[in-house]
Write a protein that binds this ligand. Structure first.
Ligand SMILES: Nc1ncnc2c1ncn2[C@@H]1O[C@H](COP(=O)(O)OP(=O)(O)OP(=O)(O)O)[C@@H](O)[C@H]1O
Ligand SMILES: [Mg+2]
Length: 112
């Protein structure tokens, strides 16, 4: 099993949820986050001067999935969340050792 953590533009969340749902992927955790990437925040230019925003609001979507679904999910996230401009976000993949459904005690992919 793998955990996919995608940091995306907030306005892409609904479209991403729909696209994942259409593939039978309904379970996920969504968190409002703040972060910065290579551009180190943004500088807003006002008539009265510049204002540096160090952390930009984003949404983090976490899905724990069967490893065989990972490529398909990366493809969906890329398709929905890419605008080609800086700040489109990033996808992190990591291994997951075990999953337990608390209600039934099921483990592994059965518990996803
Ligand atoms: N290496 C990283 N570690 C942890 N979080 C990151 C990392 N890179 C990006 N993020 C998170 O992803 C968000 C979006 O990053 P962003 O898309 O701006 O990455 P980037 O590397 O600057 O790429 P781009 O040049 O396309 O903007 C950041 O605000 C931050 O929350
Ligand atoms: Mg960036």
């Amino acid at each position: 099993m793998k955990k996919i953590e995608a940091i995306i533009r907030s306005e892409k969340l609904d479209e991403l949820r729909e696209a994942l749902d259409a593939q039978g992927l309904s379970s996920m955790t969504v968190t409002e986050v703040k972060g910065r990437g290579a551009q180190k925040g943004i500088t807003l230019e006002w008539r009265v001067g510049n204002y540096k925003v160090e952390f930009i609001p984003k949404v983090k979507v976490e899905l724990v999935v069967d490893a065989e679904n990972v490529d398909k999910i990366i493809e969906i996230i890329d398709r929905v969340c890419s605008t080609g401009k800086v700040g489109d976000g990033k996808i992190f993949i990591s291994p997951v050792e075990e999953v337990i459904r608390i209600r039934t005690g099921e483990r592994g992919t059965k518990a996803l």
